[in-house]
Design a protein around this ligand. Structure first.
Ligand SMILES: C[S@@+](CC[C@H](N)C(=O)[O-])C[C@H]1O[C@@H](n2cnc3c(N)ncnc32)[C@H](O)[C@@H]1O
Length: 327
């Protein structure tokens, strides 16, 4: 099944995610591409472990979902999320038996090295989410990235390198076949965690993310009093930057029926991006409610709260008086 970010809890409980197979081992695959690895690999276990897959390409997600459905594996969830977000916000400490990374994007240019996934911060986060003895399993054709990953893992101080043959299924992925045809061999490493995951997790910042609350009153909001003749028709795009986020208020849309508005905001927090809507709505007592809309299933982060704040600030610049802040 495909999971949206808003369907997870932060952190989530594997027993909730896999209610039919709650006690099984849990594996995460990062960048599963068209999803060939897991249906092959799962067959090498007597009982297929539970599986989470993270991928940022929407078209790959669809292809992988079709393969999973064909394979009949029901204890496998895919999500269109960057790996660091899934690992950092959703996966609980000490819960994974393995993290599989097959043929990661190599980002070969010198000034793109910081785009690489397998850097020391990744290995530290991974070790906090792996069970003791669990491992990151890397298979790649790219020698230079392989050496880079080994160095970064060592620098992280929380892994032990084991060289081994890649799992057979890792040599049957789309990219494995592509490089094999060109005669390029794959290399494999197991970065076994040597850390106490709970002690390590306690030292790492966990992103402050909340699921959508059940009650509308608990959504980030403010209440303001607008001046007479208030109008947003000359609204201009604007950006607000905080320590952990950038919010861009892109545009404001007016209701056809009432003098009410919806503001579209783009929120970036590291690898996590969301487009959210903030409503500016009349209340029966004549005041105005500025509130995050539930549309699109946003999750509530510091950046999303800041988007509600940025809309409120814009109204204040136009003469509104704040009577309540709820974000
Ligand atoms: C070179 S492809 C390999 C795909 C597949 N593993 C294979 O062997 O055929 C790398 C994949 O990683 C995905 N990817 C890149 N960065 C990612 C990230 N931060 N989180 C999840 N997936 C990512 C890309 O979208 C792409 O599908």
């Amino acid at each position: 099944m495909i999971y949206q970010l808003s369907q997870f809890l932060f952190p989530d409980d594997p027993a909730r995610l896999f209610p039919e197979t709650p006690g099984r081992e849990l594996y995460l695959e990062i960048g599963f591409g068209d999803g060939r690895f897991w249906p092959h690999h799962a067959r090498t276990f007597a009982e297929p472990p539970n599986y989470l897959g993270a991928e940022i390409s929407g078209s790959s997600l669809q292809k992988a979902q079709a393969r999973l459905l064909k394979s009949g594996l029901t204890n496998a969830h895919l999500t269109k999320l960057p790996a660091m977000v899934l690992l950092g916000a959703v996966v609980p400490a000490g819960s994974l038996s393995g993290i599989i990374v097959n043929f990661p994007d190599p980002w070969p240019k010198k000034d793109h090295l910081d785009q690489r996934l397998l850097r020391a911060p990744f290995f530290r986060l991974a070790a906090s989410r792996l069970k003791p003895g669990g491992a990151v399993l890397l298979t790649t054709d790219h020698e230079e990235y392989f050496d880079f990953a080994c160095q970064e893992a060592e620098e992280s101080g929380v892994t032990r390198l084991e060289r081994a043959e890649p799992p057979a299924a890792a040599l049957e992925t789309k990219y494995a076949l592509k490089w094999r045809e060109l005669g390029i061999a794959a290399q494999h490493a197991r970065f076994v965690s040597t850390a106490d995951p709970f002690a390590l997790a306690a030292r790492l910042p966990r992103p402050d993310i909340q699921a959508l609350p059940q009650e509308d009153a608990d959504l980030p909001h403010s209440i303001v009093k607008l001046p007479a003749g208030f109008d947003l028709s000359d609204f201009a795009k604007q950006a607000v930057r905080g320590d952990t986020y950038t919010v861009v208020l892109l545009d404001a849309y007016r209701s056809l029926r009432r003098p009410e508005y919806t503001v579209l905001a783009h929120v970036e927090e590291g690898e996590l991006t969301q487009e959210v809507l903030v409503g500016v709505m009349q209340r029966p007592d004549g005041s105005t409610l500025v509130r995050l809309a539930k549309f699109g299933g946003p999750i509530i982060t510091a950046g999303v709260k800041a988007a509600v704040g940025a809309v409120t600030d814009e109204l204040v610049r136009r003469g509104a008086v704040v009577t309540h802040l709820g974000y």
